[in-house]
Design a protein around this ligand. Structure first.
Ligand code: MN3
Length: 198
């Protein structure tokens, strides 16, 4: 049976300031993500989910076992989220990814606008994404814990729009958080890697 583990952040807690503070990362990684790991392990055991990958458990528990799905999918979401961030003000997008964005989403400017609007448009908690769907980039949003893999989409870039992700730094201003994220917090090399590994 799989045992979920909290990964270390790939940067120090103060590395993403001023766009995301150390206080936010302490709460978000050490408390919120840890809780998904702890509860995920408990519910996996109690419900005998014997799959040996996190992705398989997420797919098999979707619309089938809410306690397992909510915690394990949030674990998957957060492992992705930590990995696609870095302190990268006005970060340059590798030309390979930029060409694909221009082709599938019109332009980088359009992509950013659509991404921000997806995050604003997600009522309540959830995520907005750049995904790969049948070889094409798309902007999507998902409610609560849902990861794009349950729809057959490959996540390339996800942003957490649960209030715990931005309330300390941006209070209720989710649009400001989303703009700071897409302009200054994305590790575009990592997003390109996700595209190439799909
Ligand atoms: Mn979160």
């Amino acid at each position: 049976m799989i045992n979920l583990e909290l990964p270390d952040l790939p940067y120090s807690k103060d590395a993403l300031a001023p766009y995301m503070s150390a206080e936010t990362l302490e709460l978000h990684h050490d408390k919120h993500h840890m809780a998904y790991v702890t509860n995920g392990n408990k519910f996996i055991k109690e419900n005998n989910f014997n799959e040996d990958s996190v992705e398989e458990i997420v797919k098999n528990s979707y619309n089938n076992n809410a306690p397992v799905f909510n915690n394990v999918s949030q674990h998957l979401n957060h492992m992705h989220f930590w990995d696609v961030m870095k302190n990268n003000p006005n970060g340059k997008i590798p030309s390979e990814l930029e060409n694909k964005i221009n082709e599938d989403l019109g332009s980088v400017e359009n992509m950013k606008e659509a991404f921000i609007n997806a995050g604003i448009g997600q009522f309540g908690s959830g995520w907005c994404w750049i995904v790969l769907n049948k070889g094409k980039l798309e902007i999507t949003k998902t409610p609560n814990a849902e990861n794009p893999i349950v729809h057959g989409h490959k996540p390339l870039l996800g942003c957490d729009v649960w209030e715990h992700s931005y309330y300390v730094d941006y209070r209720n201003r989710r649009p400001d958080y989303l703009k700071a994220f897409i302009d200054n917090l994305v590790n575009w090399e990592k997003v390109t890697e996700n595209l190439n590994n799909s």
